[in-house]
Design a protein around this ligand. Structure first.
Ligand code: ZN
Length: 431
C-alpha cells in the first residue's frame, strides 16, 4: 500500500472515475451497442464477420452479449494490415503507431483527432492518479517514433498541463544532468530504462533530489523490481498498462497510489478474462487472458481483442482511492512468453520476482533458452555482486518455482545492454 493521504488523491475526471458500478455498466452497454453498430456500418470486414455468423448489431441487448461477437487477435490485425479495419475516411487519419513483431507484418494502430484526444484523456487520468498536478516537470524517455510510448506520454502531458522535457531514450548521464538542471519531478519510460538511470546514478554517485514519481511499463515488471526502482530512485513507482492495439500506453490503465492492481478505464474499454485455450469466460479472481473491446475509439476500434496478457479481475469494488473502475492484477506475462522446460511452465516475471528478492543480485539478467532436437533447456545469466554463489540462486529458484535453472554469474555491467526494450529471454536454436 502507498503512503498516500486522502488529501493527495486527485482526479482528472472525478465524476467519471468514481461513478457507481451500475452507472459504469450503463455507459458500457450503451457504448457497446453504439460501437458494434458503428463498425458494422463503417467497415466491410467487420460487417462480413458479423454477417457470416448471422449477428446483427441489435442482437447486443446486455453486456454479456459481447460474447456472441468473434475475437480479434494479433494475427487478424496483421492479416489485414494496414487499413483493413479502418472505420473512418483516410483524410481523418492524424497519426499511426505500430509494434514491430518478431516476424512478418507489424500491427498498426490508426488515430483520428478524436482518438488522440481519447488517448490523451486516458493518460491525463493516469497522471492525476499518480498525484501529478498541473505544471509538474516531466521527462519522457521512451522514443518518439513508431513505438507508442513517447507520443502517448506526450499527448497526455499536454492535456494534463505538464512541463514536458521530451528527451527520448539514451545518453543517460545527460538525462540526469538535465533532470537536475530543470528539476524533473516525474520520469516515464520502459522498465529497463528506469533501471538504467538507477544504475548510472549509482555508478557516478549522482542523485535527482527533485524526482518524486516514475511511470514505467511495456516490459516484464515484477513486484520485486518495483521495490528496487522505488528505493534506488527514491520515488513512488507506478505500473502503466496499454498496448498498440488498444491505442497505446495508458489507454487500459495504471495502478493507483494504493497499488492493489491496475484500474482499467472501463468507460473506454470493456475487459473480459477468458480461458486462453477455450476462449470461454472465467470467474472473477481466476487467471486468464485479457480481452479488450475499445468502446470509444473511431479510426480503428478493436472488438474483443485477445491481448495475450495473463491476469485476473482483482476487484470490482470501490478502491480506497475513490475510483470505481475495476482492478485487474498486475500482468503475469504474455502467453507467448511462457516457457516450458522439462514439463514445468513458468514466466520470466516469476524468475525476475525471485532474482530481485536476493540481495546482491543486480537488475540485469537473461533467461537463455536453447533448443536442441526439440528439447528445450533454459539457463540463466545474472549480474551479481562479488561473494554471491550461483548455487544459492539456483536453490532459491528451485524452491520458488520447482525448476532447475543452471545459473552463470556476471560482474555488474558485463551483460549487454541494448537500446529500447530489454531482451529478458534469448532463444538459441541448435540443430
Ligand atoms: Zn485505486
Amino acid at each position: 500500500m502507498g503512503n498516500h493521504l486522502k488529501s493527495d488523491i486527485i482526479y482528472w475526471e472525478k465524476e467519471l472515475e468514481t461513478l457507481p458500478r451500475e452507472k459504469i455498466e450503463q455507459i458500457q452497454l450503451k457504448r457497446l451497442k453504439d460501437i458494434v453498430r458503428y463498425v458494422y456500418n463503417s467497415n466491410p470486414l467487420y460487417k462480413k464477420e458479423l454477417d457470416l455468423r448471422g449477428i446483427k448489431p441489435e442482437d447486443i441487448r446486455k453486456l454479456d452479449d459481447v460474447r456472441i461477437l468473434p475475437f480479434m487477435d494479433k494475427k487478424t490485425l496483421r492479416d489485414n494490415y494496414p487499413f483493413g479495419y479502418l472505420c473512418v475516411d483516410k483524410k481523418k487519419i492524424r497519426e499511426i503507431h505500430m509494434s514491430s513483431g518478431f516476424t512478418g507484418k507489424p500491427v498498426m494502430m490508426v488515430y483520428s483527432d478524436e482518438d488522440i484526444d481519447q488517448w490523451a484523456t486516458c493518460m491525463a487520468r493516469c497522471y492525476r492518479m499518480a498525484g501529478i498536478k498541473e505544471g509538474a516537470v516531466i521527462q519522457i524517455t521512451p522514443s518518439f517514433g513508431l513505438f507508442n510510448g513517447g507520443f502517448g506520454f506526450y499527448h497526455g502531458a499536454r492535456k494534463a498541463g505538464l512541463f514536458v522535457i521530451p528527451t527520448g531514450p539514451g545518453n543517460t548521464l545527460r538525462q540526469i544532468k538535465l533532470a537536475n538542471d530543470l528539476k524533473t519531478e516525474v520520469i516515464t519510460g520502459v522498465v529497463s530504462y528506469g533501471i538504467r538511470i538507477m544504475e548510472v546514478m549509482k555508478e557516478n554517485n549522482l542523485t535527482i533530489p527533485s524526482l518524486k514519481v516514475g511511470l514505467f511499463g511495456a516490459e516484464v515488471f515484477s513486484q520485486e523490481m518495483k521495490k528496487r526502482l522505488r528505493s534506488g530512485l527514491g520515488i513512488e513507482v507506478f505500473d502503466i498498462y496499454g498496448m498498440t492495439e488498444t491505442g497505446g500506453v495508458g489507454t487500459t490503465g495504471m495502478d493507483c497510489p494504493f497499488h492493489e492492481g491496475i484500474h482499467v478505464w472501463e468507460d473506454h474499454y470493456l475487459v473480459e478474462v477468458v480461458n486462453p485455450q477455450t476462449g470461454e469466460p472465467v470467474s472473477d479472481g481466476e487467471e486468464g487472458e485479457l480481452v479488450f473491446t475499445s468502446l470509444t475509439r473511431k479510426a480503428f476500434p478493436v472488438i474483443r481483442f485477445r491481448s495475450g496478457d495473463l491476469s485476473r479481475i482483482k476487484s470490482r469494488e470501490k478502491c480506497e482511492c475513490g475510483r470505481t473502475h475495476l482492478r485487474i492484477d498486475y500482468i503475469k506475462g504474455r502467453i507467448d512468453d511462457m516457457l516450458i522446460v522439462k514439463g514445468v511452465n513458468f514466466f520470466p516475471s516469476q524468475v525476475e520476482e525471485v532474482l530481485m528478492s536476493i540481495p546482491g543480485v543486480r537488475e540485469h539478467y537473461q533467461i537463455v533458452v536453447e533448443e536442441q532436437n526439440g528439447i528445450k533447456k533454459a539457463t540463466l545469466n545474472v549480474e551479481a555482486e562479488e561473494g554471491l554463489d550461483a548455487s544459492y540462486i539456483e536453490k532459491k529458484i528451485e524452491e520458488a518455482l520447482g525448476i532447475t535453472l543452471k545459473s552463470r554469474l556476471f560482474k555488474p555491467g558485463q551483460l549487454e545492454r541494448k537500446p529500447g526494450k530489454a531482451e529478458r529471454v534469448v532463444y538459441l536454436k541448435k540443430d
